[in-house]
Design a protein around this ligand. Structure first.
Ligand code: AMP
Ligand code: FES
Ligand code: ZN
Length: 301
């Protein structure tokens, strides 16, 4: 197969684009896809200070790399979740990348700063680890952005992630979540803007990006994710995609173009009920403590 752009031998083929690319044209393609997502959704404005949430995985490291190459003022944020060796290794990857690019990496270590780890929080709440983990991430990403004076939090959610989340929300008709599943959530009182600039790239592409640029990333999935629903949805969508390339993108972008606005009203209604958390001041729909402060209190008991 030849590169679509320059006709040199291709190193990767992307079936949904019906195209192959050589190394340099593929890296350019990745940067263009990020640029296009950022422009189409007005994710960034000139002068924005961006905080990239980096897990040490391929997606967030590729995102940070592309944003730096595009000249965006982007620092990294790594959250230590206290998930044993997995956290040790992923933190090391994030630090190593930051060092090679001489980029700033902010670290928040949940065990030392908040006195719990994700497995402990799961045991205390009797919920799956990913539930305590997701709520801690959302809270602490926002907190770190506000504390550091950043305008935007960027995460490495890619096309596969977003299609799988959409699939799960549609299966259960979680209409409230459907209204919020957008690649950009504007800033609001107490909330930094949230953006997902990788929505036009699949995970095979972000992995290839890292391999071709020599970025070392943690290959293992989080041990708590093994066997969870999200990975099941991804596998189901991969089967469909193999039969019919382009289905995943059609599903997700069709939703954004033609369906998501239909759920916006329900989501906006929740936003009117926000009050300040009595513990940390963050906006919350709960009376008293926000979900994160309630979690910290529960684990302490
Ligand atoms: P996940 O929730 O693991 O699917 O990750 C989604 C995105 O959240 C990643 O692409 C990162 O941008 C961010 N993220 C996940 N884990 C961490 C972490 N430990 N520290 C900072 N950002 C993270
Ligand atoms: Fe959060 Fe696995 S990364 S539970
Ligand atoms: Zn709080």
């Amino acid at each position: 197969m030849k590169c679509r752009s320059c006709r040199e031998p291709a190193v990767i083929d992307i079936r949904r684009h019906n195209a192959g690319f050589c190394r340099d044209c593929f890296l350019r393609h990745c940067r263009e896809q990020v640029k296009r997502a950022v422009e189409d959704w007005s994710m960034l404005v000139p002068g924005d200070r961006v905080l990239v949430a980096v897990s040490g995985g391929k997606d967030s490291l590729a995102l940070w790399d592309v944003l730096l190459d595009l000249g965006v003022d982007a620092d990294g944020l790594y959250l230590g979740l206290g998930i044993g060796e997995y956290s040790d290794d992923s933190g090391a990857m994030a630090r190593a990348y930051a060092a090679t690019r001489r980029a700033t990496l902010i670290e928040v270590d949940i065990p030392s700063e908040y006195g719990f780890d994700i497995p402990g929080a799961a045991a205390a709440t009797r919920r799956v680890p990913c539930s305590a983990c997701g709520l801690s991430k959302r809270h602490l990403f926002n907190q770190a952005a506000l504390d550091g004076g950043y305008d935007v939090v960027a995460t490495g959610h890619n096309l596969d992630d977003e299609a799988a989340v959409l699939f799960g929300n549609v299966l259960r008709w979680n209409t409230d979540y459907l209204g919020r599943q957008l690649p950009v959530l504007p800033a609001a009182q107490g909330f930094a803007r949230k953006v997902k600039p990788l929505i036009r790239l699949g995970e095979r592409e972000t992995a290839a990006y890292c391999v071709l640029t020599g970025i070392d990333y943690i290959v293992e999935e989080c041990p708590n994710a093994v066997g969870n629903k999200h990975l099941g949805y991804k596998a189901a969508l991969n089967d469909i995609e193999a039969q019919s390339p382009g289905s995943k993108a059609a599903f997700y972008f069709g939703f954004l173009d033609r369906a998501s606005s239909k759920f916006a009203e329900e989501t906006a209604a929740g936003r009117d009920r926000l009050v300040a958390c009595e513990g940390c001041g963050a906006p919350t729909t709960n009376a008293g403590l926000c979900a994160f402060c309630a979690l910290v209190a529960k684990v302490a008991r």
